[in-house]
Design a binder for this molecule. Structure first.
Ligand SMILES: Cc1ncc(COP(=O)(O)O)c(C=O)c1O
Length: 364
């Protein structure tokens, strides 16, 4: 049986006439950067999340970088985040000369443990950056309460959670700034790199719009040092088509995620726990297993692709050696990173494929 880890081809075929039409319109209009397609997408994204402003940008990484730049974070500042995430989360903090201060994760959700955040706050703390990992939001109410007490902004790294809800509110619209990625394999994926920034703060929104266009407030008048962080019109056109079908895909993702968990209930893997406050978009369907290597090999022998998100927590990465962390500093992150593995997941995964994967895991 042929199983893709993520089935982007099936998705393209499902929406091909609409996508082709929209992309060809960009080609014939020759409006490749900005313009009507981007405006339309930004309006759709703002309506979808409920945030006042949605701003398209070049990638999830740049969305996080721009959020930090808009908050004037730089040398000597500290930003609290999780070590159990993709490197981009902490990379952008380091790129601006600030220091990532890690806080361990919860054993149940793999998201930052809000009960441990306050102990990490110092005079130098300038922001809290939780990550909504694998498609479910961090405990944003608890995090926002702590932030409010200490007058700190909260940036949600929602690169894996666009479309998820927390207490019925949409991810990306849960804090000062929300950041997401439209990398092709994300739940809402472009046909190249892309991302978006969400905020309901008018001043921050205006500043972010300038920062992603070289800090310009008008042509060749530069108010800030910025970057080229724009989203192009082809990506905007593709995303706007996909957004129309997104809720239907999320229903499928939810059904597939729940079905995996039912099928694997009596197996030797620990299935994801979704908090009562949350719905997950299952950017990844990740399970925990004691002997990961042998399960990966067993599945690979049956042509079932898997991936590990992420094998080394950030505090143990060579790139972050200068932060001075050691093994044992974040025991939950360390244990999960040794046991976690992701199974094939897409709204187009069939029941037959899922049964085959579950049977292989259970050794049938
Ligand atoms: C948690 C997290 N943060 C940031 C990023 C960076 O997004 P991008 O690849 O679009 O730059 C990703 C993407 O993999 C991610 O998963």
């Amino acid at each position: 049986m042929k199983i893709n880890f993520i089935d982007l081809q099936a998705q393209y075929l499902a929406y091909q006439p609409e996508i082709d039409r929209e992309v060809l319109e960009v080609f014939s209009s020759a409006q490749f950067i900005g313009g009507e397609k981007l405006n339309k997408l930004e309006n759709s994204l703002a309506t979808y999340t409920g945030a006042k402003h949605a701003i398209g940008c070049s990638s999830g990484t740049d969305s996080l970088l721009l959020a930090l730049m808009a908050l004037d974070i730089g040398h000597g500042d500290e930003v609290i985040t999780t070590p159990f995430t993709f490197i981009a989360t902490a990379e952008v903090i380091a790129l601006l000369g600030a220091k990532a201060v890690f806080v361990d994760i919860e054993d149940a959700t793999y998201n930052i443990d809000a009960t441990k955040i306050e102990a990490a706050i110092t005079q130098r703390t300038k922001a809290i950056m939780p990550v909504s990992l694998y498609g479910q939001c961090a405990d944003m109410d608890a995090i926002n309460d702590i932030a409010k007490k200490h007058s700190l902004p909260v940036i949600e790294d929602a690169c894996q959670s666009f479309g998820a809800t927390y207490n019925s509110k949409k991810s990306c619209n849960l804090s000062t700034i929300g950041c997401t990625s439209f990398f092709p394999s994300k739940p809402l994926g472009a046909y190249g790199d892309g991302g978006a920034i969400f905020t309901s703060d008018d001043e921050l929104a205006a500043k972010i719009r300038m920062l992603l266009n070289h800090g310009q407030n008008e042509r060749y008048k530069h108010k800030y040092i910025g970057i080229n962080g724009r989203l192009d019109a082809v990506q905007a056109a593709v995303l706007d088509v996909k957004l129309k079908h997104f809720d239907k895909e999320l229903t499928s993702r939810d059904e597939i995620g729940s079905r995996y968990s039912d099928l694997l209930e009596d197996s030797n893997v620990i299935t994801p726990k979704i908090s009562a406050t949350n719905t997950s978009v299952y950017a990844q369907y990740s399970v925990r297993v004691k002997d990961r290597e042998s399960l990966v090999a067993k599945l690979s022998a049956k042509d079932i692709p898997t991936a590990v998100h992420y094998p080394v927590p950030l505090h143990l990465q060579e790139a972050f050696k200068s932060l001075g962390y050691q093994r044992g500093d974040f025991p939950v992150s360390e244990e999960i990173s040794e046991q976690i593995m992701s199974l094939p997941m897409s709204p187009f995964l069939t029941e037959l494929q899922q049964d085959y994967i579950a049977d292989a895991i259970k050794g049938n």
